[in-house]
Design a protein around this ligand. Structure first.
Ligand code: SF4
Ligand code: SF4
Ligand code: FES
Length: 394
């Protein structure tokens, strides 16, 4: 049975489970404490000090780390606390490249929101800026350390959730940077291109590699027959970009928008998912009948395939030999569909809209071009599709 303690936060009596933090207790009581480095269950390291509160100790404490206790008295809002948070944020901003207008996260940036919330309009600590090179060699991820606030959320998600550890904080003091070992480009590390670090990042320091320019170029090329396939998650996620509640299916609107953008045909990757299941089922039956390698493990996720290649090479024979739905569909479009529609496969340009950045990496794998052409020519994420829709005024 859960045990509770009673504490006071800003004069309000709050009951909170033993072992929970002041931040969690405050949240349950509807009291907002600003945070930056904190990511529940993933990054709880007390690095940024944005969440400081007064617990009656000699110095302010980080609410995201401080445990609740019986009779604890917490103040979350006082002139001194507000000023300390402002100084902390101004110091973070003093080392931050503030090119907000051209940043991929402009208007969707936690740092920007925090500066607005704390009413920071000037900075008392304008100082020297470091200029780190941008790593854009990965097919999926762009790393811009000039926008990094060293919250380490990406490091934690990569290490503790994905168990890859492709990135770490390296060097010390003012020179501290989040990077891959020996500053190698991300593409030369075991990074599986999953994009979870992008999801965790509060700023524009990590972003997906943009493919929209190449898609616009193809759409404008009258010699090409440009078709698109959309993964099932996209129709449920894209509405969010346009203000619909999370998970609202907007299939019809999405298809209409894709046609307005100029795609000749709109396909559903679900179709190829069915093909993959049939192929994998056939392969399983074949392996069972002929003493093949078992268990058979699905090969649908390019992130998982790369993970297996790096960390479990002894299990590669357990992977299904089937292509993922994205690539199976690309191959079908450039063979079966090309023949049925009487179109030269070299003139078919296949765009995928996918929820996962690893699909960009997969599309570039040289072994996935069985028709003599890449199965898929360009991959854009749900967010990139939303940008295209907005940009064309639909
Ligand atoms: S894409 Fe995934 S594996 Fe690569 S650095 Fe980010 S979290 Fe780690
Ligand atoms: S890259 Fe983003 S998530 Fe990683 S430490 Fe920097 S700001 Fe935080
Ligand atoms: S959010 Fe608590 S220290 Fe960063």
């Amino acid at each position: 049975m859960t045990e509770y303690v009673t504490l006071t936060i800003d004069g309000k009596e709050v009951k909170a489970p033993v072992g929970s933090t002041v931040l969690e207790a405050a949240k349950s009581a509807g009291i907002r404490i600003p945070t930056l480095c904190y990511l529940k269950d993933i990054n709880e390291i007390g690095a940024c000090r944005m969440c400081i509160v007064d617990v009656g100790a000699r110095s302010f404490q980080a609410a995201c780390m401080y445990p609740v206790s019986e009779g604890l008295k917490v103040i979350t809002n006082s002139p001194k606390i507000r000023e300390t948070r402002r100084v902390t944020l101004e110091l973070i901003l003093s080392a931050h490249e503030k090119k907000c207008l051209s940043c991929a996260r402009n208007l969707k940036c936690e740092l920007q929101k925090l500066a607005e919330e704390l009413n920071i309009h000037d900075n008392r600590f304008e100082g020297e800026l470091q200029h780190f090179p941008i790593d854009d060699l990965s097919p999926s991820i762009v790393r811009d350390p000039n926008k990094c606030v060293l919250c380490r959320r990406c490091v934690s998600v990569c290490k503790n959730v994905q168990t890859v550890s492709a990135i770490e904080t390296i060097d010390r003091g003012y020179k501290t940077i989040v990077a891959s070992p020996f500053h190698m480009p991300l593409k030369d590390t075991p990074c599986v291109n999953c994009g979870q670090c992008i999801v965790a990042c509060p700023t524009g320091a990590l972003r997906e590699k943009k493919s929209t320019d190449k898609v616009w170029e193809a759409l404008a090329n009258k010699d090409l027959h440009v078709v698109v396939q959309t993964a099932p998650a996209v129709r449920a996620a894209i509405g969010e970009e346009f203000g619909y509640p999370i998970g609202t299916p907007v299939t019809g609107k999405m298809v209409a928008a894709l046609k307005r953008l100029g795609f000749a045909k709109v396909f559903d990757t679900d179709t190829a998912a069915d093909l993959t299941i049939m192929e994998e089922g056939t392969e399983l039956v074949d392996r069972i009948k002929n003493n093949g390698k078992l268990p058979l493990i699905t090969s649908c996720s390019p992130g998982w395939i790369k993970f297996c290649e790096h960390f479990y090479p002894d299990m590669l024979d357990n992977l299904s030999s089937c292509k993922s739905p994205q690539n199976m569909f690309g191959a079908v479009l450039k063979s079966y569909y090309a023949e049925k529609a009487g179109i030269d496969p070299s003139k078919i340009f296949v765009v995928s809209v996918m929820p996962c950045t690893a699909k960009k990496f997969e599309a570039e794998r040289p072994e996935l071009a069985s028709t003599g052409y890449p199965d898929v020519d360009e991959v854009i994420t749900t967010r990139e599709l939303a940008e295209m829709i907005r940009e064309s005024g639909i």
